[in-house]
Design a protein around this ligand. Structure first.
Ligand SMILES: [Fe+2]
Ligand SMILES: [Fe+2]
Length: 469
């Protein structure tokens, strides 16, 4: 079951054994390729890119490296092998065998979860489609394209589930996934952060650090699902997601390192004078993308979250770490907004599960920020990045109804507006950062605003020709 066949659509799900499904997916494939050519990376479709492709789902088989033109990338369907005898390990069906087919009573909820996850995958490709034109190095250019083709594959993963398990509505949803467009007024992508433009590489690194990490936590919660095909799909997607966050975390780290180097060279510590991005500006982009990503977890108190858990469709990150998997008595101690005041409260656990997942996510982000701060310390510079409060700059959930400082103190809307540019990128910051974005295309060379990576991809040297232009 784990070998990947050499068919039109590479897969380890025995697609050839299901003619109807094979025909449906082969009919969707040209639409996908058309979408990729229209909305995928602009200007590089005919170039050879040194990419990683899955050749099997075994531990080392999914990381096979070679030059490939992106439209020829082997997008396919890979699920982790089925574990026989798996049972629901949370929710109302706890202890019963997991489902191999969609349970009728949860069909709509399950479809919504899959479509919402699926929609983020092509959205990010659309957001990033022009970035190739300003890559700071061939190494970075290659990483961008790696992330893009894998998001394309994640779309395939969700479309496989829709086609296989949801009949005609599933096929219609699969068409819609190619019809919506990031940032489009009439047909936007479903979630807010996926309609924000990723206009330059600092935003790209912040996106892959913070927004892809939301993806990690959503996939992790879905990989616990009692709908077994979804769980197995998400587990394989998580292996790919790890690289995206590596790109983001090391990307920001390199920008910060370069800022420190330039600070030390200048008598006044002026980084911009030397074409770098100063640490204070990096902090503003951190504030922006971290908070946009917090919104993706949904409302702090949510009956949808309770329903998805009760139904056994969406668990917690690493559900096995917990002892209570039913959560009918448990509560979660958290801050809430009540009568215009921030108060502490015990909330019924099932309804607090969005917040529980968000708290896990924040801890994970903090670990990354700690590593950035270690880099800054090692450079001998005294500055620390801080994650803002989860109340700051929110557009979804209870905190979106009031204004808060990055430290989490409530302020008036006017006070907030007056200090906006101190906390979030201003129009001038955006103009400045964009002005630095000039493509560097010579192998081994780096733009002046970013430090080189510590090592190359697949242990290759930095001057390797990752993209043949
Ligand atoms: Fe993804
Ligand atoms: Fe990703």
């Amino acid at each position: 079951m784990t070998a990947i066949s050499d068919e039109k659509i590479p897969n380890n799900v025995n697609l050839a054994g299901d003619r109807r499904l094979q025909r449906a997916l082969e009919a969707w494939q040209p639409s996908f390729i058309n979408w990729w050519k229209e909305m995928g990376p602009e200007g590089f479709q005919a170039k050879d890119i040194f990419l990683r492709t899955a050749v099997s789902v075994e531990t080392d088989g999914w990381a096979h490296f070679d030059y490939v033109k992106m439209p020829d990338y082997r997008w396919g369907i890979f699920l982790e092998p089925k574990k026989e005898g798996r049972t629901h390990h949370f929710g109302d069906a706890m202890g019963q065998p997991v489902w191999d087919e969609v349970p009728g009573e949860h069909r709509n909820m399950l479809r919504r979860l899959i479509v919402t996850q699926g929609d983020t995958e092509p959205a990010s490709v659309e957001q990033q489609r022009l970035l190739g034109q300003t890559a700071p190095s061939l190494y970075d250019l290659r990483n961008l394209f790696q992330v893009n083709v894998e998001e394309g594959r994640h779309l395939w993963a969700m479309v496989y589930l829709l086609h296989t398990y949801f009949g005609r509505d599933g096929r219609e949803e699969a068409e819609e996934l190619l019809a919506r467009r990031s940032g489009d007024r009439d047909r936007p992508r479903i979630l807010g952060a996926f309609n924000e433009p990723t206009t330059h590489w600092l935003s790209f690194f912040m996106f892959t650090m913070f927004t892809d990490r939301d993806g990690k936590y959503q996939l992790s919660a879905l990989s616990e699902s009692g709908f077994d095909p979804l769980a197995r799909t998400c587990r394989f997607m998580l292996t790919e997601e790890a690289h995206h966050m590596f790109v983001g975390e090391t990307g920001v780290q390199r920008v910060a390192k370069r800022a420190c180097e330039l600070m030390k060279q200048d008598p006044n510590g002026d980084v911009r004078k030397h074409g770098g991005i100063d640490l204070a500006t990096i902090q503003k982009y951190l504030n922006l993308w971290f908070t946009l990503s917090l919104d993706l977890f949904g409302g702090e108190v949510s009956s949808n979250a309770a329903d998805a858990f009760g139904a056994g469709l969406k668990g917690r990150h690493k559900e096995d770490r917990y002892s209570d998997h039913v959560l009918l008595e448990a509560t979660h101690h958290m801050h809430v907004l009540e009568d215009g005041k921030v108060v502490e409260k015990d909330v019924p656990m099932r309804t607090a599960l969005n917040e529980v997942l968000r708290e896990e996510y924040i801890k994970d982000c903090q670990r990354g920020v700690d590593r950035w701060n270690k880099t800054i310390r090692e450079e001998g510079v005294s500055f620390e990045f801080k994650l803002p409060s989860s109340r700051f700059h929110r557009q979804i959930g209870m905190w979106s109804t009031a204004s808060f400082t990055p430290a989490g103190e409530m302020i008036s809307k006017d006070q907030y507006e007056a200090r906006h540019d101190e906390w979030l990128p201003s129009a001038a910051d955006e103009v400045y950062v964009k002005s630095l974005m000039q493509a560097v295309t010579e192998p081994g060379k780096m733009a002046g605003w970013i430090a080189p990576p510590l090592k190359g991809i697949n242990n290759l040297p930095g001057e390797f020709e990752y993209v043949r232009l």
